[in-house]
Design a protein around this ligand. Structure first.
Ligand code: MG
Length: 468
């Protein structure tokens, strides 16, 4: 059923076939995406964080737009990152199956057209720094998926000399790559945020004279978490606060680099996280520490409660986004690719894209509403919930001990914390959302009901089975 085949020539052909339209703006903006790992909805000052400050992120929000209802379409790393790169639900691109491991043969199919490939096709230089996690075999690396340069780790920072019992596989020490070469093994993780930031600043300085796309995907605060010595012990929220404080410093350093390069006004900087936080007390080699927070949202990473997939999102682009914009409409990381298509003027690839152009929301256009009639919450390949307008329907909760056949309905406008089930009072709404769930199952599939989606595309598989 799955086409286990990789064509290395396809992306180039697709890109060459793209017809560039006139850009919406005379001078296309530089694009910087800062993507943190497992930073929760409540882990930024302007989203209510306590015990540490994030002055640079707060300033970025005050000077740009802050989103209250921004989502990633998966509560874990790999599928979330695939969605950002392609503008699609992870299920659509074959990545709705947990995360990739150092023993995995799979990756983001090189046939998919990534945001980096599209921007490169539109004349941008493209650089990636940080965690990729969309396949560590060469055909899947950032350098084969549209990025001119790459410095970072191919997967998560905990996949470091770890023995995977079920696979009888001992992973190598965490590789740090430059381009496609391993330049270090088991790097000092307390220096990763600082080193990535220094690379980012260098990148901005080197490429300020033509449009650039910089994708900075921090390994932190994915556990095990490490601040550098300069930040260790500086906050009242222990190690976690120190790590977020250093990420905030990094945001400030990037803003300063953009200012000094004279490009800050026409650079769109997007800050968000790949999924919700790990919560509660965690262990590390140096002892236990308090971890992240989803703020007022229920749940955490790995879950389809709001806290698993609702993330902080801040966008700054002084040339177009009015200072102090607050966006309360639903938007997602899938929207970034089609929004940039509208801004820069490149055509979308000739495949189904789930994201929508949210420029009117970003720029605070009066009366602008979310372009999404519905948003689907998949956990791996299981459709667990969906949202339409203010309504969120939970279809299936795996953590329930007693299997319930009764869906839960929440009005997120009144009850973002998902505490008051109103399904019994709104049977018509439940029925409407159940109908929308059927559409998703038909199109994207659902392991809960055993349906295979008619609109899904295959992931990439590396190895002999892909040779044919
Ligand atoms: Mg993550």
């Amino acid at each position: 059923m799955r086409k286990r085949h990789i064509s290395r020539h396809m992306p180039v052909a697709l890109i060459l076939s793209l017809v560039l339209c006139a850009p919406v703006f005379a001078k296309p903006p530089n694009v910087v995406i800062i993507f943190t790992d497992d930073q929760g909805y409540g882990d930024v000052g302007c989203y209510g964080a306590e015990g540490y400050a994030t002055p640079n992120l707060d300033k970025m929000a005050a000077e740009g737009a802050r989103f209250t209802d921004f989502y990633v379409p998966a509560p874990v790393c790999t599928p979330s990152r695939g969605a950002l790169m392609t503008g699609c639900y992870p299920m659509r691109i074959g990545l709705g199956y947990r995360v990739l491991f150092p023993y995995s043969k799979e990756g983001l199919n090189p046939d998919e057209v990534t945001l980096a490939e599209l921007l490169k096709g539109a004349g941008y230089t493209t650089g990636m720094i940080g965690k990729w996690h969309l396949g560590h075999h060469k055909p899947f690396l950032p350098t084969r998926q549209g990025f001119d340069t790459f410095f970072g780790t191919p997967y998560s920072n905990d996949m470091n000399g770890y023995y995977y019992k079920s696979q009888n596989f001992l992973s190598p020490p965490l590789p740090l790559l430059r381009g496609e070469e391993i330049v270090e093994s088991d790097p000092d993780q307390s220096l990763l945020t600082r080193r990535y930031t220094e690379e980012a600043v260098k990148y901005i300085r080197a490429h300020k004279d033509k449009p650039f796309f910089l994708y900075l995907a921090h390994n932190m605060p994915h556990m095990p978490i490490y601040p550098s010595d300069a930040f260790a012990g500086t906050t009242e929220h222990g190690r976690y606060g120190d790590v977020i404080s250093e990420i905030d410093w990094s945001v400030g350093a990037i803003m300063k680099a953009l200012e000094e390069a004279g490009v800050a006004d026409n650079t769109l900087v997007i800050f968000t996280s790949d999924n919700g936080p790990v919560t509660g007390q965690r262990k590390s080699p140096d002892g236990p520490y308090q971890s992240g927070s989803a703020g007022p949202l229920r749940g955490r990473k790995n879950q389809t409660w709001e806290g698993g997939m609702g993330v902080p999102a801040i966008m700054r682009w002084p040339a177009k986004i009015p200072a102090g914009t607050v966006v309360k409409e639903l938007a997602t990381t899938m929207d970034i690719l089609p929004t940039l298509a509208g801004i820069v003027g490149f055509s979308l690839p000739d495949v189904t894209i789930d994201g929508k152009n949210i420029l009117p929301l970003m720029t605070g256009e009066a009366g602008a509403v979310s372009p999404h009639e519905v948003f689907y919450y998949y956990r791996d390949n299981r459709l667990q919930a969906l949202r339409s307008g203010p309504w969120k329907l939970h279809l299936f909760r795996p953590e329930w001990k007693e299997k319930t056949e009764t869906p839960l309905l929440f009005n997120l406008l009144k009850d973002r914390g998902e505490t008051n089930d109103v399904a019994a009072e709104h049977p018509d709404v439940v029925r409407r959302l159940q109908g929308l769930a059927e559409t998703a199952r038909h199109e994207l599939g659902d392991a809960v009901t055993g349906q295979v989606g008619s609109g899904v595309r295959p992931w990439g598989v590396f190895g002999p089975e892909a040779a044919g």
